[in-house]
Write a protein that binds this ligand. Structure first.
Ligand code: PMP
Length: 376
């Protein structure tokens, strides 16, 4: 009996020794994960500390690296959640078409995920946006229809066209990122909790701009649920009316006064954020926004050039606005506070405008990588 006991314990010891050397796990408990298709790569982006800015501010400047998502922006999360929502309620059927009116990253996310999940993408856009955006979507397999620019109250405005065209098609849907609540929920369920976990709950403030408002609302609700003291700050570019809404509860649209060609998305070198109307996705979280910071185009230009030169971070215009506002927010907080923002997309998306120095100079912009005026 003693011999048997020794034999068993030696075998067990050897087994545990070898299993530690060569770990094997049962098939339902893998020790590594293989993503099964593009959708599995969406979410769980790294949180990146920006070394030069943490050093300069004596606070921790942290950024969610959303530009690393497969479609290159946080709109992957939104597009995927919108698709999953329409699948769940039975509205989107295999082979169906996803309609959207967009000039930005959402179209790219819808196009790539449609290919991966067995749908078609039909994107409407005004015919005065840069042709490279339409070309990229067509290359990715989306059907693109360009329509004449019009006011959002006109039925032939590009978002309304997408809505109207989808209405009669059984098994097809209108994504509707501005009003569809699957947008903010993607951030409420994903981005927000990820920030909480990645910082171990040590987050003093979260700062971002708003295009549809889905990002700021979803993350604000998720973070305030966990700690109501987390400050939520809106980063607003020139020309956008949201700053006034948060600071003074008045909404103005400077373009509205200019007559018939009313535009609700602002004309700016900053793409993707800044609007002059209140969307459902912005309204959901608006009351949770504690403060707003106006960021000038020149501050955004300087920050983007600084980040590239000092940290090797090459980001687009909306991310640059976010980082400027994050730094300003951090400087109003005690030393060592952690402020989190979002790096929405890569600089490669803005080569013809925000990263085109010759073009910017022609528009009378001063280009520099000196951010001392941002820090003061
Ligand atoms: N950055 C970029 C590049 C975008 O395209 C958008 C969305 N239009 C945003 C930021 C803003 O995000 P949200 O729509 O969630 O407000």
């Amino acid at each position: 009996l003693i011999g048997l006991t020794i034999g068993i314990s030696v075998t067990l010891t050897l087994q545990s020794f070898f299993s530690r050397l060569f770990p094997t796990k049962s098939s339902n408990e893998p020790n590594y994960k293989i993503a099964n298709g593009l959708a599995d790569l969406v979410g769980n982006t790294p949180l990146l500390e920006i070394p030069s800015l943490s050093r300069l501010t004596k606070r921790r400047i942290l950024a969610k690296a959303e530009f690393l998502s497969p479609g290159g922006s946080p709109k992957d999360r939104v597009a995927l959640n919108i698709i999953r929502h329409f699948e769940a309620i039975g509205a989107l059927k295999p082979g169906g078409t996803i309609y959207e009116g967009t000039v930005g990253s959402t179209g790219i996310s819808i196009a790539l995920l449609s290919n991966s999940l067995g749908y078609h993408a039909k994107i409407f856009m005004p015919d005065d946006v840069s042709s490279e955006k339409a070309d990229l979507l067509i290359l990715m397999g989306a059907e693109v229809e360009k329509v004449r620019p019009a006011s959002i109250v006109d039925q032939d405005q590009f978002v309304n066209m997408a809505k109207n065209m989808s209405a009669s098609k059984e098994g097809s849907v209108f994504a509707d990122q501005f009003e569809n609540e699957a947008n903010w929920r993607a951030h409420f369920e994903g981005t927000g909790p990820e920030i909480w976990e990645q910082t171990g709950g040590k987050v003093a403030a979260f700062v971002t701009g708003a295009g549809t408002g889905g990002t700021i609302s979803g993350i604000a609700i998720a973070l305030k649920q966990r700690n109501p003291a987390v400050k939520i700050v809106l980063a607003d570019p020139q020309g956008s009316g949201l700053f006034n809404k948060i600071k003074h509860n008045t909404m103005y649209s400077h373009t509205e006064k200019e007559g018939s060609r009313r535009r609700h998305q602002i004309d700016s070198i900053i793409e993707g954020i800044g609007i002059n109307r209140l969307t459902r996705n912005f309204e959901v979280g608006r009351k949770l926004i504690d403060d707003a910071i106006k960021v000038t185009d020149e501050e955004a230009i300087a920050m983007s050039r600084h980040l590239l030169k000092s940290d090797g971070i090459f980001i687009g215009s909306s991310s640059a606005v976010n980082v400027v506002a994050a730094v300003k927010t951090a400087l109003r907080m005690p030393e060592s506070s952690s402020v989190v923002t979002l790096l929405c997309d890569s600089g490669t998306r803005g080569l013809s405008k925000f990263w085109n120095d010759a073009w910017l100079r022609k528009q009378k912009y001063r280009i520099s990588d000196d951010i001392s005026f941002v820090l003061n």
